[in-house]
Ligand binder design. Sequence first.
Ligand code: GDP
Ligand code: IMO
Ligand code: MG
Length: 421
Amino acid sequence: MKVDVVLGLQWGDEGKGKVVDVLTPNYEVIARFQGGPNAGHSLEFNDSKFVLHTIPSGIFHDTINVIGNGVVIDPVILSEEIEQLESTGADLTNKLVISKKAHLILPTHRILDAASEAAKGKDKIGSTLKGIGPTYMDKTGRNGLRIGDTIAPSYMQKYDALKQKHLSLLKHYDFQFDVAEYEQKWFAAIENLKRFKFIDSEHVINQYLKDEKTILAEGAQGALLDIDFGSYPFVTSSNTICAGACTGLGIAPTRIGEVYGIFKAYCTRVGSGPFPTELEDEVGEEIRKIGREFGATTGRPRRTGWLDLVALKYAVMLNGVTGFIMTKADVLDTFDSIKVAVRYKVRGEEVDYTPYEIDEPIEPVYKEFKGWKTDISNSKSYDELPVELKDYIKFIEEETGVPIKIVSVGPDREATIVRSL
Ligand code: GDP
Ligand code: IMO
Ligand code: MG
């Protein structure tokens, strides 16, 4: 058996939550492999809307949902998510399991995140301020606290040692904070989480594979926010690309099956950093308004722009994408014309890659398409889609060499056209 992977190919918010929910009936296990509560994955069905931050997006089906070792957990946020879902009558006790090796976001990690962002001033990353960077720093710095540690006798000693280290670091910042209130909720949340199984997830997942169980790995953020390959330093602190599914779950590279890469029919980005096709005009505003492009975690307005094929091809290369899932084509229904960046002009020369120097001014070279000017949100089959949209899809497929297997035409589970899987 192989593990299929679903991940975002842009700067996040491509619709991973919706897509994982749609694909889940084909799988017995859904496993989230990286990121933390910086993620906001939205799901809509039966007139209800949910936003998940840490819980895998397969939770609304009869599946096992694994929070993998590559994920970082804020127990307060995870407990609130669980409470919200269980208030609808669901019982997650036997559906959700957590890797013992997943690192914990301490209250002081959140404070360090806020203090270091504040100190950066105009150079700030635009972090979600959930403590992601400092937690992964402690993980790679070999100082971190893992959820499995909370059931060992040395738990409080380890917690205090890490907290003290953070408090001494915080002395270097001119930053006011109060840790006590959040800390109280944090310890209560840890106790709440102990009714879930903390597992050796790499063994469990590999056993599932031996037992021929079908597994889908769920990414967070997007390829262009990857710590190694994103627009550093305007990135998140984990490997968001397919390789992250191997390290974040403990599966061998040879075990990767299909790699489904999700992209919006246009682009968005939250936070700072280069965005070559950004539209800071009324067209961009229109996309934001129609696409309801406001952060699912922070509520911040998302920056908007045209689809960027240079960046998309880069993401395809890094991830070995075997099939595309295109979302939010419906958002472009009313536009007269739609543009796609096919190359960049850098220092007067046309190139098909992103320059290393992130300050380098980039002028996108666009190909323009005729808009389809048709409401596609109720379309049920590929054949029903307007010819202009099919031309747009065909062009993307030809340029990238990757087939578009699913076209999503609305936020609801039902608004999904599956061409092939
Ligand atoms: P994620 O982080 O990748 O899971 O994406 P988010 O949930 O943060 O953002 C995607 C937003 O687009 C959510 O509000 C979804 O409900 C919505 N969405 C997903 N697919 C579609 C689609 O095909 N069309 C429209 N109009 N909205 C969509
Ligand atoms: P999902 O899973 C969009 C962005 C932040 C910031 C940068 C670093 O919903 O697609 P961090 O909190 O990791 O220190 O922030 O990354 N970012 C996201 N943008 N969607 C996300 O997740 C994101 N998670 C982080 O806005 O620019
Ligand atoms: Mg999101």
